[in-house]
Design a protein around this ligand. Structure first.
Ligand code: PNS
Length: 168
């Protein structure tokens, strides 16, 4: 039996960092297809709209034929079931990620034992990179070159982030 392995890589991606890019490109080599699934989260106040995030990711991965982009709402395992994906991919940067990621993986397994969470380690230079810190550094006038795709850097500049955009 030769069944394609379809994986979902869920997240907020606000914005996409080189850490995400690293995990997606690793995932695209391990799985037959990988869907980057952007959470439609009405509670958080995102910097980029979901449409902007999808457009950025599409452009960055234009040359990856087995990487797709989508949005999802509600339970991740329900989304995975609907898309017939057997794997959830998450990046693990450091021990500090582990507790939250383990809780999510085990909750998702409780909700749907047929979906397996697979953790992937990003390349070492991205182990400290997060979307939240990227936004903070840009708002305070620092450089995030090498930490995000150049397209994301341009879009961040267009947003004209300042100190006042940082939450207390
Ligand atoms: O990039 P993030 O913000 O760390 O991603 C978090 C995400 C989207 C993976 C997580 O919030 C999620 O899966 N949300 C969907 C809601 C859900 O399924 N919750 C119950 C299982 S933990």
């Amino acid at each position: 039996m030769n069944v394609d392995t379809l994986a979902v890589y869920p997240g907020s991606f606000d914005p996409l960092t080189n850490g995400h890019v690293d995990i997606i490109s690793r995932g695209s080599r391990v799985f037959d297809r990988i869907i980057v699934a952007i959470l439609l989260n009405v509670e958080k106040a995102p910097l980029f709209t979901v449409a902007e995030r999808v457009e950025i990711a599409r452009e960055v991965f234009a040359k990856y034929p087995n990487v797709e982009f989508d949005t999802f709402d509600g339970l991740l395992v329900e989304y995975a079931r609907r898309r017939q994906a057997g794997v959830i991919v998450r990046g693990l940067r450091a021990i500090s990620d582990f507790e939250y990621e383990m809780q999510m993986a085990l909750m998702n397994r409780h909700l749907n034992p047929e979906v397996e969470t697979v953790f992937m380690m990003p390349a070492v230079p991205y182990t400290y990179v997060s979307s939240r810190l990227v936004k903070e550094v840009v708002a305070l006038g620092g450089s995030v070159t090498t930490l995000v795709p150049s397209l994301v850097e341009d879009r961040l500049r267009e947003k004209k982030l300042g100190r006042e955009t940082l939450k207390a």
